[in-house]
Structure formats: C-alpha cells, structure tokens
Design a protein around this ligand. Structure first.
Ligand SMILES: [Zn+2]
Length: 123
C-alpha cells in the first residue's frame, strides 16, 4: 500500500502531462479545421508523443496552426488557480513546445514568421 501511495503523484503527473498533450494537439486540429487545412493523420510515437500530419497550407495558415497548440496550453495555465499541478503541466508543455528546436512548434513558428517578414506569402 505504501508503494502505491508513494507512486500516486508520479502517475498523476504523467496523466496530467498526457492530458495537456492531448489538449495541445486538439488546439492544432481545431485551428486546422477552422482554416480549412486538411488533416491527414493523427498519431502517437513513443519519442514524440501525439502528432498530426496535415496539408501544409499557406504560411499564414501554418503560423496560426502552429501557434494554436501552445496557445491552448497557455490558456490552460489559468487553471492553475484551481488545480496548480495541471496549470504547471500546461506551462511546461507550452514552453517546451515553443522552443525553436527540431520538429517543434517553436521552430515552425519562427520559420513562418521569418518567411512572412521576407514577403514569402504564397506558401
Ligand atoms: Zn504542437
């Protein structure tokens, strides 16, 4: 019984992280649907978590869809007033996904922003 009680915070944290990840991905999906960009696949990989494969869309569509995931997590940080651990999980997820590293939303956002500033608006 002691072991189960000891591990409860660990599994609770993992569950909240998975919920934050699912809601993050839903943000991308809702944004893509709202912008009429076709979703080709939603999947899960052990080393990447949930992911979506979609049509590229325009650079503006791509920017908004990439922003939507971290934005959902940032909005859910407000839930920390009632459920601090869930707010923290969302803050961590938003920050981790906003870093401009390979395959992240942050790198996609930075790339879109750079293309928009250069005037590459077609795609
Ligand atoms: Zn994302």
């Amino acid at each position: 019984m002691f072991l189960v009680r000891s591990l409860q915070p660990f599994f609770s944290g993992i569950g909240l992280g998975i919920l934050a990840m699912i809601l993050h991905e839903c943000g991308h999906l809702v944004a893509a649907a709202a912008l009429d960009v076709r979703i080709r696949k939603v999947g899960m990989k052990w080393n990447k978590g949930l992911f979506t494969v979609r049509d590229q869309g325009t650079v503006h569509q791509n920017l908004l869809i990439a922003l939507a995931g971290p934005l959902v997590n940032l909005l859910l940080v407000a839930s920390g007033a009632w459920y601090p651990v869930f707010g923290l999980a969302n803050l961590c997820y938003a920050l981790a996904n906003s870093l401009p590293i390979e395959g992240s939303d942050g790198l996609r956002i930075a790339d879109c922003w750079r293309r928009i500033r250069r005037g590459e608006l077609a795609n």
